[in-house]
Design a protein around this ligand. Structure first.
Ligand code: DUC
Ligand code: ZN
Ligand code: ZN
Length: 482
C-alpha cells in the first residue's frame, strides 16, 4: 500500500521544512517536494505538521501492584498511546523467578528468559510497536552471568532502583557492578532515584503517628532523597565510565545535578514526565488527592519551574510518561469499547496512604499536553518537542533511525498533527482505561489528526483502525549517548 502525504510541514529534531512524503508498504520511501505517485492514495496535509511517531520510553502496562494491576494492558494502553500520537512504547519487565529452571537458572532466583517470555505473552495483543527494559532487582554472580544474554533477546537496558528496600532495591555495590557489566556489553543502566532508607524510616514514623492521608506519600519521600540519589547514580556512572539514564526526574535539584555531572563529562541523561511539570504536593491535599499518587511524588512549584528550564535549556533529554494507571474508584465500572470494566484502584488505600497503588495515567496525554504547554507557550521549540518525545528516546534506546525519524528508509510511523485543533481535554476524550484524567477540562490547542504505524493508518480523527496483534516487538541495538 502506497500513500502520498502532500503539502505538509515536516518537523524533525533538527529542522522544520516543507516536503511531500511517499510511503511504500511499511517504510518512508521518498521525501521531496513536488512528489507525484499515480498508484498512491494521496492525503493533502496543507496547514498540518508531519511528525515522527512518538516514542514513549517509560510505561507500565498490565503491571501487578498492591493487590491489583495497572489498568491499561498491552492493547488498551497502546490504543491510548496512538490517540496521543505515540507509535512505540517501552515497558518494563519485572524480574521473575523461574518455577522450573530446566537447567538454566537457579531455583528461587530471577531468570531473564523466563521473565521476558511472560511479558511477551502478555504483549501478544500489542496494537503499536513496543520493546522492553529489564528490571534488575536481584543481583549475584549467577544473575550477573545472565546479563549479556539479554542482548540476544533484543534488550539492552537494565533498570535499577535505589528505593523500595527489600523488594526492588539494589545496594550501591551491585549497581556499580551492573554499570560495569553494561559497559562491557554495550548496554545502558536506567535508574529510579530516591533514598530507600530515608523513605522506610519516614513511612514507619508517619504511620506510628497516625498519618494516613495521601499528602504523607509525598512527605515521606522527600526531594532531597531524589536529588542525592540522582547525583549518586551520576557519580557511579562517572566512576564506571559508562552512561546512565535517570528516569522520571521530578525535583529541580535533580536538574542541577544532571547539569553539574554533564558539564564534567559524565554521560548521564535525564527523563522527566508531564505530571512533574504541573502538579505539586497541594494536589495530594485535595479530597481526591490519591489520583496524584505516584513514586517519586509531586513536589513544589519551584520544582515544576526548574524542570521546565531543564527542557528549555536542553539539560534534560526525554519526556516519558511512567504511565501506570489505576482507577480512582475501582468499585465503579467504566465502559471501555462498549463493555463495563472495573479494576481495583486507589480506593485500596482509603485508610492508609501506603496501600494506594502508585501510578498515574499519561500515555495519551503526553504529546498533546506538552505541545500546548511547551510549544505553544514558547517554552520549547517544535524541534525540541520532537527530540524529547520521539528522536532522543529512539537514539538512546537503540531504535534510531528505524524509529524517531522522518528519513527515507525509516519505518513510516507518522503523525499528521493539526497545530490549530482545539480540544477540551479530559477523561471523555481519553482512551486510557481508567476513570479519571489529570488534565480534566484543560484547553489544548494542537492535536494528532492521523496516525500511521509502519505505513498503515491506524487512527483518523476519532476513528480507530488499529487492532490487537498489529504491534511488533522491537529488538533493539546499541543506543547512543545524547
Ligand atoms: N512509580 C510509580 O508510581 N508507578 C510505577 C513504577 C514507578 O516507578
Ligand atoms: Zn520508577
Ligand atoms: Zn516507572
Amino acid at each position: 500500500m502506497n500513500t502520498l502525504i502532500k503539502n505538509g510541514t515536516l518537523v524533525t529534531a533538527e529542522k522544520t521544512f516543507q516536503a511531500d512524503i511517499l510511503i511504500q508498504d511499511e517504510k518512508i520511501q521518498r521525501i521531496s517536494s513536488g512528489l507525484e505517485a499515480d498508484s498512491a492514495s494521496t492525503i493533502d496535509a496543507s496547514g498540518k505538521l508531519i511528525l515522527p511517531g512518538g516514542v514513549d520510553p517509560h510505561v507500565h502496562l498490565d503491571l501487578p501492584m498492591f493487590d491489583t494491576v495497572s489498568s491499561d494492558d498491552h492493547y488498551t494502553g497502546h490504543k491510548a498511546a496512538a490517540f496521543g500520537g505515540t507509535t512505540t512504547v517501552m515497558d518494563f519487565v519485572p524480574l521473575a523467578e523461574s518455577p522450573s529452571p530446566a537447567g538454566r537458572g537457579v531455583r528461587g532466583e530471577g531468570d531473564f528468559r523466563y521473565s521476558l517470555d511472560l511479558w511477551l505473552k502478555k504483549a501478544q495483543k500489542a496494537a503499536i510497536d513496543y520493546s522492553f527494559h529489564m528490571n534488575l532487582t536481584q543481583f549475584n554472580e549467577n544473575i550477573a552471568k545472565q546479563i549479556p544474554s539479554l542482548r540476544e533477546m533484543g534488550i539492552q537496558t537494565l533498570k535499577v532502583f535505589t528505593a523500595y528496600n527489600g523488594r526492588l532495591r539494589l545496594d550501591d555495590g551491585s549497581i556499580f557492578k551492573a554499570l560495569q557489566i553494561a559497559k562491557e556489553n554495550g548496554m545502558l543502566v536506567m535508574a529510579h532515584c530516591e533514598n530507600g532508607d530515608v523513605i522506610e524510616t519516614l513511612v514507619a514514623q508517619a504511620l506510628a503517628a497516625g498519618h494516613t492521608t495521601p499528602e504523607w506519600h509525598a512527605l515521606t519521600r522527600p526531594a532531597w532523597g531524589a536529588v542525592e540519589a540522582t547525583f549518586r547514580m551520576a557519580a557511579m556512572a562517572g566512576q564506571a565510565d559508562t552512561p546512565v539514564y535517570i528516569v522520571h526526574m521530578n525535583a529541580g535539584g535533580e536538574v542541577d545535578m544532571l547539569k553539574y555531572a554533564r558539564e564534567r563529562g559524565v554521560k548521564v541523561m535525564g527523563e522527566t514526565c508531564p505530571q512533574y511539570l504541573f502538579f505539586t504536593i497541594d494536589n495530594l491535599r485535595q479530597p481526591d488527592g490519591a489520583k496524584w499518587i505516584c513514586s517519586p511524588p509531586m513536589r513544589t512549584k519551584d520544582d515544576n519551574a526548574r524542570l521546565w528550564e531543564g527542557l528549555t535549556e536542553g539539560i534534560l533529554q526525554t519526556v516519558g510518561t511512567d504511565h501506570c494507571p489505576f482507577f480512582f474508584d475501582g468499585r465503579e465500572p467504566i465502559i471501555y469499547e462498549g463493555k463495563p470494566v472495573a479494576i481495583p484502584g486507589k480506593e485500596l488505600g482509603e485508610d492508609d496512604f501506603t496501600k494506594i497503588p502508585n501510578g498515574l495515567p499519561g500515555i495519551q496525554d503526553r504529546m498533546p499536553v506538552l505541545w500546548t504547554t511547551g510549544v505553544r507557550a514558547g517554552k520549547i521549540t517544535p524541534n525540541q518537542f520532537v527530540a524529547y518525545t520521539s528522536t532522543n528516546p529512539a537514539k538512546i534506546f537503540g531504535l534510531y533511525p528505524r524509529k524517531g525519524a522522518l528519513l527515507e528508509g525509516s519505518d513510516a510511523d507518522i503523525v499528521i498533527w493539526d497545530p490549530e485543533m482545539k480540544v477540551k481535554y479530559g477523561v471523555a476524550m481519553s482512551h486510557q482505561r481508567t476513570d479519571y484524567n489529570l488534565y480534566e477540562d484543560w484547553e489544548l490547542i494542537g492535536y494528532p489528526e492521523k496516525v500511521f504505524l509502519r505505513g498503515r493508518m491506524i487512527l483518523d480523527g476519532d476513528a480507530w483502525m488499529g487492532k490487537a496483534g498489529d504491534g511488533q516487538f522491537l529488538k533493539r541495538g546499541e543506543g547512543k549517548f545524547v
